[in-house]
Design a protein. Structure first.
Length: 189
């Protein structure tokens, strides 16, 4: 049995990211896994933007402590968000800026990186408006590098799946495409 934490970031609870979150959650719960969902746009989950004069005097926001505890207690982190301007929504970037901090997610000792979240896995599901060929050319390779190598695996979290759900803004055939992606995430072990 796995403990799964799903993080989603989209301002509309009726959007595709929330549908993907629900489909994945339902499928994992049917497998006997425990699933916790966090909508980063909900007021109670928001974290102020990172700001300090001296990092030694930085006081963590209570939500940072809450989310670090949740990550510590989970086996799998699932990140679901739309692709906006070549990146994740600012609320998700702010989450990772605040939560995956030195001393919690990683540390440096004698010039060596210590990945403090080893043993955890992650899945990344991204929705986007345009066609896949466009994203394959310009966006996906650097985006995979940012999520996989520069964020999650930097902290020891192994990325097992990276799914881009394309053409969500194109009305023709959208219902069939979203149904296909929902089936795909529902079948993941």
């Amino acid at each position: 049995m796995k403990r799964i934490l799903i993080l989603t970031a989209h301002p509309s609870p009726r959007g595709h990211t929330h549908k993907i979150m629900s489909a994945y959650k339902d499928a994992q719960e049917k497998l006997g896994n425990t699933v916790t969902t966090v909508d980063l746009y909900e007021t109670e989950n928001q974290i102020p933007f990172l700001q300090f004069e001296d990092i030694k005097n930085y006081v963590k926001h209570p939500n940072v402590i809450k989310f670090q505890t949740m990550i510590t207690e989970t086996d799998e982190v699932v990140v679901i968000h739309p692709l906006w301007w070549g990146g994740a929504p600012a609320v998700m970037k702010n989450f990772f800026d605040n939560v995956l901090t030195s001393g919690f997610a990683f540390s440096w000792h004698g010039g060596s990186l210590n990945k403090l979240l080893k043993g955890k896995t992650a899945r990344v599901f991204i929705t986007c408006g345009g066609p896949m060929w466009l994203y394959r050319l310009f966006v996906i390779p650097p985006f995979i590098a940012v999520w996989k190598y520069m964020t999650l695996e930097y902290c020891g979290v192994k990325v097992t799946d990276f799914l881009v759900c394309d053409r969500m803004a194109i009305a023709d055939g959208r219902d069939e495409r979203i149904a296909k992606y929902l089936r795909k995430v529902s079948k993941l072990p």
